[in-house]
Design a protein around this ligand. Structure first.
Ligand SMILES: [Zn+2]
Length: 301
């Protein structure tokens, strides 16, 4: 596996020590915690700790990270969305009195999953916004579109100027795979604009070892707009019949035609993309996947 470009220095996070995690103070009682591939955030309040998500990749390390900065108990858990890679260790935090908050749709997904590792939320909300004061810390939970999974939240802490936007993008890196598996690709594009409307200094996005800034959001937005421009141009110039004929697809095999055509669209779009490797890591790894998702969206949305 030597076909990949080396990870650029700017995309590398901190070295992860033997403990398996790094905690970084974000101000106002808020902390970022990462184990290298998965990250999240927690906030120390007057009475306890509010944790966002509980990933099985962090597992017990999340509690160790909390204990590194406070002896207060975890009183609240906010689910950013229902995916098990982010909340599949919630059972480790679960005890009498723990309040688990999520969007109602997230609660429905968890009910459907019947997964003991993901306890049901104790409190859900429907619609667009829930504002809470938890023991002196203000939280704004916004569901503004299914940019990753229906029910996914922006978690804004106005006083800390902090955003949680799990699985929205990876600071200093290209989005994983198919624009991070967007439930709805146009919503993914909108999400970058929406995020930039909040007042924040730091954004925690759920993967890799670095928190981000509004500039990182803007960079991701610029990158995905380049993907969309390239995909649109490729769709205009790559002809389905020509692509199928060039690949000698039998005339009765319509599915193969479609596959060959989209592969040709992606290949053409990749040629049209400006160079990004000095600005983002992982562009070589995920370019074809992201162009495929973008091209289908341009074609059908
Ligand atoms: Zn997810």
């Amino acid at each position: 596996m030597t076909d990949f470009a080396p990870v650029p220095a700017f995309a590398l996070g901190p070295d992860i020590p033997e403990s398996g995690f790094v905690v970084q103070e974000l101000g106002g009682g808020a902390y970022f915690v990462t184990q290298g591939m998965i990250n999240t955030m927690f906030v120390v309040t007057k009475k306890g700790v509010v944790v966002v998500d509980a990933s099985p990749f962090l597992g017990e390390k999340l509690l160790a990270a909390v204990e590194e900065v406070t002896s207060k108990p975890v009183t609240h858990l906010i689910y950013s969305h229902a995916h098990a890679d982010h909340i599949g260790a919630a059972h480790l935090l679960n005890r009498d009195g723990l309040q688990i908050i999520s969007h109602e749709i997230t609660g429905d997904f968890i009910k459907e999953a019947k997964d003991d590792r993901r306890p049901l939320p104790t409190e859900t909300f429907s619609g667009r916004r829930k504002e809470m004061d938890i023991d002196g810390v203000r939280f704004v939970l916004d569901y503004s579109g299914d940019w990753h999974q229906a029910g996914n939240l922006f978690i804004h802490l106005p006083e800390q100027r902090l955003m949680g936007a799990m699985d929205s993008f990876s600071p200093k890196n290209a989005p994983f795979f198919r624009l991070y598996f967007s439930a709805h690709v146009p919503a993914y594009f909108d999400a970058m604009d929406q995020m930039l409307e909040y007042d924040f200094e730091t954004v925690v996005t759920g993967h890799m070892a670095l928190p981000g800034t509004p500039e990182d959001v803007a960079t991701n937005r610029e990158y995905i707009h380049d993907l969309r421009t390239a995909a649109g141009e490729a769709l205009r110039t790559v002809d389905l019949r020509e692509a199928a004929a060039a690949a000698k697809v039998p005339a009765d095999n319509k599915q193969a035609e479609l596959k060959v055509w989209m592969d040709a669209v992606v290949a053409r779009a990749a040629e049209l993309m400006p160079s990004w490797e000095k600005r983002l890591g992982g562009t070589d790894i995920f370019l074809a996947d992201n162009l495929n998702a973008t091209a289908w969206s341009v074609f059908i949305d």
